[in-house]
Design a binder for this molecule. Sequence first.
Ligand SMILES: [Zn+2]
Length: 252
Amino acid sequence: MKKLWSNEEIPILAYHRVVPDPCLKSQHEIWVDVKNFRRQMKLLAFRGFNTISLDMLAAAFKGIAQLPKKPIILTFDDGYQDNYLYAFPILKKYNFTATIFLVSGHIGDTNQWDKIPQEKPIKLLSAEEIKEMVEYGISFGAHTVSHPHLPQLTKEEASCEIVQSKKELEEIIGQKITSFCYPYGEFNQTVKRMVIEAGFECACACDTEQTNDIYELRRRLIFPRTNLFGFWRKIQKWYSRYKRYKLKKLVL
Ligand SMILES: [Zn+2]
């Protein structure tokens, strides 16, 4: 049978924060300098990439939608306010779309789940900012209610985090929430089943062994130190194969 779809071949990039000022950077290496982000988006536009939504990917997976040429998916985890302040204007400039995964219990609040005592709490998106981005065409997905380590919770707790986050976000956004993202990229088969049963169409992980499982989408993380050449590598179809080869070489 002809292989129609491979998660390895459609780049899904994973960002968190986009920051303009060194003093806003954090010990958590989950930010990208706004200058680098601008260069990265410019490169995508220059190379003719088409940003697509996770919904479109899910529809293509089912065989009911055709993907455009050179598809790429941009994702942002946690819903930091800097996504609205600094990434959103750049996305608009290039007519790009993206998916932002929100922690539904902390809308308009700060990063309670991983704050560093000596650092200022980091602001998260407000409901108004989210609505403005929805109007433009940014998609939002669920990233639980409180950003826990899902596999460490009881079944009841995990189920509540997954189901409740979908419900709360649908109330704010007024649209169906169809994509999910596992906090810290952590999941097991029980957690994955809960995500499917909650009615999500797809779920993002980080590194996974699966190549065609819509509930274990492999993503390519963009780090503060990812330079433009590193970024160029991460948007290639062959990047996952290259990474596997490199890892194998390191192990041997
Ligand atoms: Zn997260």
